[in-house]
Design a protein around this ligand. Structure first.
Ligand SMILES: [Zn+2]
Length: 424
């Protein structure tokens, strides 16, 4: 049994505690409170963390750990999303399995050092993300991604291959790391394949995540059948018919939203789309920095929250966002939502901390186990130091963590009671 004590404890599901402590026994939290919880467990070792805040671990709801070696490698084509996607696939194809695995480990280590305890990762080479999370000791779901499969004609073949990879990955599942599926996006997955994956997900309770409503060009392709990928379809002789509706409506029509997918981006989601997401109980991985980096715009963040949608934050790959820093992501999410034309209200620092932790846990349907510091939950903790000159004085601890800190202020990260990162 160990007790972690610090100037601040932010349980998220309840009010902040000044001079607080968290009691950990094995992989679980058995006490959260003021200094009195220390006296209640006289045999426990006490770890004094000083000027710091103990938080639930950050949940990164959208990453591609396998792309870590492509950091800063595609910045020159970001202004053209389809060129970016094609270059990405070209560069990824040049990497061998060992290089991809090594890169994914570096990405998972970067996450651990940034206070991320749980990843929802997507991998064309799912084995790399799975291996990386296990090596570093992190929690998460690794989603095996589809290949380029926009035609109904070979949907059965693609589905069989996908399930094959999924079954192989599943043999490597642990208590901490589970496996899911990712039909990549409405423009690379045929409707038939989408339907098969959705049915499989519902019948076998397999989590799925999809890039949806990411860009205006995707929206144009789906609603009008013009622009964006039409050149690529032509070049490869692909037959693809526009559904003439928004990406979110398309997913609903195919029965995909009924599988309660985690939808990444949702930048172009209309008010009706937000209602569709909410009524189906689907969730959103909000990736504001990646969206801004591509100039894609801003998702209706506070509208999604106010509609009761489970929203978590995603760094996306470092090939677009360049860093995995959930504190920076939370700060940026708040700022751009305040500054977005049509913004309904201000997202506060306290609310952003909740989105970065419990919101992400809800989005992954893991909030029974993680996302807040509560007795009985898993001991997934992040400790953010607040002793640097840039953070002082700490007049408001939520503002200090969200608006005056970044990943480099994380001093310790713990998953299921085991440290996965300790700053020297
Ligand atoms: Zn992505």
């Amino acid at each position: 049994m160990k007790i972690f004590a610090a100037e601040y404890v932010l349980p998220v599901a309840s009010d902040p505690i000044q001079d607080g402590a968290v009691v950990v026994n094995g992989d679980r939290i058995i006490g959260v409170g003021g200094r009195d919880v220390i006296a209640a467990h006289p045999q426990a070792e006490v770890v004094e963390l000083g000027a710091a805040a103990i938080l639930p671990g950050f949940v990164n709801c959208h990453s591609h750990l396998e792309l870590t070696s492509l950091r800063n490698a595609l910045d020159d084509v970001e202004q053209d999303f389809s060129a970016w996607l094609l270059r990405l696939n070209g560069l990824r194809a040049e990497l061998n399995d060992d290089e991809i695995k090594a890169a994914a480990i570096l990405g998972a280590q970067e996450g651990a050092a940034a206070g991320v305890t749980c990843f929802a990762d997507i991998g064309r080479m799912g084995f790399a993300g799975l291996h990386a999370l296990k090596e570093v000791g992190l929690r998460g779901i690794v989603h095996q991604e589809t290949e380029f499969a926009p035609e109904d004609a070979n949907a059965e073949e693609h589905f069989a291959k996908l399930v094959d990879k999924f079954e192989q990955l599943r043999e490597g599942e642990t208590d901490l790391v589970r496996v899911g599926l990712s039909p990549h996006a409405p423009y690379t997955v045929s409707s038939r394949l989408f339907e098969m994956i959705a049915q499989f997900s519902i019948l076998n309770r397999v989590p799925i995540t999809i890039h949806a409503g990411e860009s205006a060009s995707e929206h144009e392709l789906l609603t009008r059948g013009t622009g964006f990928f039409t050149d690529v379809y032509e070049k490869y002789g692909v037959e693809w018919y526009s559904p003439h509706c928004t990406p979110i409506e398309y997913l609903e029509r195919m029965g995909v939203l009924a599988a309660r997918p985690l939808l990444a981006h949702c930048v172009t989601a209309s008010e009706t789309d937000v209602a569709r997401i909410a009524s189906n109980g689907a969730a959103v991985a909000h990736c504001p920095k990646s969206n801004a980096k591509f100039g894609h715009g801003t998702a209706p963040f506070e509208q999604l929250l106010d509609a009761g949608v489970a929203v978590g934050l995603g760094s996306d790959s470092v090939a677009s966002n360049n860093v995995c820093d959930i504190i920076e992501e939370a700060r940026f999410a708040s700022l751009v939502s305040r500054n977005r034309p049509g913004s309904r209200r201000f997202a506060t620092a306290r609310e952003m901390l909740e989105v970065a932790t419990l919101g992400g846990a809800r989005a992954l349907q893991m909030d029974q186990e993680i996302g807040s510091l509560e007795v009985g939950k898993q001991a997934d903790l992040t400790v953010v130091s607040v002793e640097s000159a840039a953070q002082k004085p700490v007049n408001d601890i939520h503002a200090a963590v969200i608006f005056a800190s970044n990943a480099r202020d994380v001093k310790m990260t713990m998953v299921a009671g085991k440290p996965v990162y300790e700053r020297e």
